[in-house]
Design a protein around this ligand. Structure first.
Ligand SMILES: Nc1cc(N)c2c(=O)[nH][nH]c(=O)c2c1
Length: 372
């Protein structure tokens, strides 16, 4: 059976809500942050690390997995769960986002997108059907429709034409999914429309009419201002059905997560926590800490005094600074673990706050301490 969304409780004062997404690979409490495991690994984390920190679902990138290790290996491994030894839910993107943002020599047509691999320049062609076929080979629990994500400054005419093509692609992908996917696999439609509310309304209405298992809001966190993101998010989210999961793509800073969940979003993902960790930056209850700063040279206190994660329970800021400055892999690993734990724990606290009708109180307390 495809996923089922169970609404547990709506916050009394906002559109935030607590729910559970029931999938064949396990249950996902929402609101939830989803760590990104681009090529079958959440960088530097073992699957035991991910379970220990409370990760309930991770992402795989279709474009990257298609190029490496490739679908021949993926199929022989029996899918990504077996390949990476992860027995919880996996969500995959459609590959469209990376094709448009990473590949070279892209040529878009009604049928799909021709592109050259960013790895070796080899030529490939993705269609809505091909995207679902690859996500099937990955054994994705939650798949995304093939879409075009336009940047925040695209013209009205370009966004309109792109959104209309994304709707046609969504129907093609849905038809292929119904005819070829395993019954346990679910497919989300993606709402586009750029910064234009009339186009967002058309995209949402037409996408919902196709009756997907869940709905993503695409085309945000692509260069628009925070005010624009929040405005489009708060306009679009209520257009989506209450009885299906809602996913805001590419969102990962604490404030963007709070704003997303306050709007009624259930799921979010971003490479941010592991990416900034590799550059020596930590998310803490007192705001960002750039650990390589000389400030921390003789600071033998925990990274985050309010965090009980493995990193904060066993190592000091001075030691983490030393590792990062010495370019030791352990530095990236310990900071990645903490950043992911921090966001997952924040989501757990948000779920608890919604259950107590104190979401806004928690948001205010978090923002004041974090320094927003
Ligand atoms: N910020 C975003 C991040 C993403 N991974 C995506 C995506 O995968 N598809 N479509 C999107 O619009 C999109 C936006």
């Amino acid at each position: 059976m495809p996923l089922k969304y169970e609404l547990i409780k709506k916050d009394k004062y906002t559109n935030a809500r607590v729910g559970v997404i029931h999938t064949a690979s396990g249950d996902i409490p929402t609101p939830i942050f989803m760590p990104v495991g681009t090529v079958g690994t959440v960088k530097t984390m073992t699957v035991d690390d991910l379970k220990e920190m409370g990760a309930k679902i991770i992402l795989g990138n279709t474009y990257h997995l298609y190029l490496k290790p490739g679908m021949d290996i993926m199929k022989k491994a029996g899918g990504l769960h077996k390949f990476m030894n992860w027995d919880r839910p996996i969500l995959t993107d459609s590959g469209g986002f990376q094709v448009f943002s990473l590949a070279d020599n892209r040529k878009i047509s009604e049928d799909g997108v021709m592109f050259r691999s960013h790895i070796d320049g080899s030529k490939h062609f993705f269609t809505p059907e091909k995207s679902i076929e690859i996500q099937n080979d990955i054994h994705s629990d939650i798949m995304m429709s093939f879409d075009e994500c336009v940047d925040a400054n695209a013209s009205y005419d370009y966004v309109k034409n792109s959104m209309e093509r994304t709707l046609r692609w969504a129907k093609r992908g849905l038809d292929y999914h119904k005819a070829n996917s395993h019954p346990d696999q679910s497919l989300f439609g993606i709402v586009q429309g750029g910064m234009f509310k009339d186009l967002r309304e058309i995209s949402a209405r037409e996408t919902v009419a196709m009756d997907f298992d869940g709905y993503s809001i695409g085309g945000l966190s692509v260069g628009e201002t925070k005010e624009e993101m929040i405005d489009i998010l708060n306009f679009t989210t209520p257009l989506l059905p209450e009885d299906k999961p809602r996913y805001n793509m590419g969102v990962g800073t604490p404030d963007y997560l709070f704003e997303s969940f306050e709007a009624g979003i259930d799921m979010a993902d971003c490479v941010l926590p592991t990416r900034i960790a590799r550059n020596g930056t930590a998310l803490t209850s007192e705001g960002r800490v750039v650990i390589k700063n000389a400030t921390y040279k003789e600071d033998f206190s925990p990274l985050d005094p309010e965090c009980d994660c493995y990193t904060c329970s066993n190592y000091s800021r001075a030691y983490l600074r030393h590792l990062v400055n010495a370019k030791e892999i352990l530095g990236a690993r310990l900071l990645s673990y903490h950043n992911l734990y921090f966001l997952l724990k924040m989501c757990e606290n948000i779920r608890e706050a919604i259950m107590n009708d104190s979401f806004l109180d928690y948001k205010k307390e978090f923002y004041e301490k974090y320094g927003y």
